[in-house]
Design a protein around this ligand. Sequence first.
Ligand code: GLN
Length: 476
Amino acid sequence: MTMKLNTLTIEEAHKGLQGKQFSAVELAKSCFDCIREKDDQLNAFITITEDKAYLDAEKTDKKIKDKIKIDVLEGIPVAVKDNILVEGVKATAGSKILSTYIGTYNATVVERLKSAGAVILGKTNMDEFAMGGSGETSHFGPTRNPHNLEKVPGGSSSGSAAAVASDETIYAIGSDTGGSVRQPGSLCGVVGFKPTYGRNSRHGLMAMASSFDQVGSLTKTVRDAAYVFEQIAGLDKFDSTTVDKKVDVVNDLKSDIKGLKIGLPKEYFIKGMDEEVEATVKKAIQKLTKLGAEIVDISLPQTKYALATYYVLMPAEVSSNLSRYDGVRYGYRADSGNLLEMYLKSRHEGFGEEARRRIMLGTYVLSSGYYDDYYKKAQQVRRLIKNDFDKAFEKVDCIVTPTSPTVAFNIGEKFDDPLTMYLSDVFTVSANVAGLPGISIPCGKVNKLPVGLQFIGKHFDEKTLFNVAHQAEGIL
Ligand code: GLN
């Protein structure tokens, strides 16, 4: 075959495997060839697991040869964000403190992908402990945007998004605490999906902010995201926040969306937003009416507090979750003469600046005296933000917004200015604050860089979300 296999979607690759047009080994090889060609520049991967991948691919090929029916993800290459454990493979979370750490078990989502026959190519680069919106806080250097190497790919699932956008992999998984799958999806021009909180197990995902974290996917199409979601979602005895609710999204993708009400929140078009991005998003939203959907103006009045709420609660959870990296139990240990100094030095040398900044912020908002003013208040506002959505969803079936206020920005542009960097999460954090599912799909370009359109759904109503996103994808 002359066609480049690595450019296929999950669905196309599955058909090709089933029809014996190519083998799973050939498919994996085309991805590794692409990685060899591009990754010196992109820096999307931290670890490549080529030998293991071929062994897995051979298993699929044997099944095909033996005429055993294969599952849709079987034999399909996937890249895994480096904060998600794969047994026996290095898992750094983009941090120096874990630069030598090896995963001791498979995360539940990985276990489920493996049992579906997935071929894991390797582990992707990311902002340190998933803290960042540009990929630049990684200890292993920044990832570059495949559309323009001077630009960031977004973050924190920077490597996963860049790897999918550059066809180094067929799809990837990432994690989304405040937008880390949707925002890089938007900046790299691929589909980024994050489910309702509690859908996907967090077992084996390194905790950043546990009440916000969800595993999500980066894919070339909405349909591919639906396949991955159906495979990895569901109850897990290792994560007590998972729910036992049916996941059935693929079947409904084709349904028409005539009469569906899509809410357009006025608070999502803010001052400071790039004008061309705004125009592109508005044009895309207008097109949705061609599908028979009704665009309904709504208001989510607490939106202006979402970013502040997130940046109080998230560091609080970060400071607690990252206390386990003490130089004793995992990874990097600094040389020192006594125990206390060893703890301090290991953490000081092991964590990057952004991680240390958030640990300090978190300990501050949790400290006695400030707890009521910051942490408790933010928890209360969190409820108000959720109430806003509940009220809106009495009137509409889902919500549409921009994913990011700008297209991909220059590497280095916002790095020394954390507040400006945090602003790039302004449209994505609310879904995590309220625990709602969200998906970003490409909807056009500005200065040759992709723009994303975000849909936010009701709790556990991924069915509508996928349906709308799939229909929209068809006309955008
Ligand atoms: N960019 C956001 C942050 O820096 C989101 C991170 C994430 O979703 N993991 O916190």
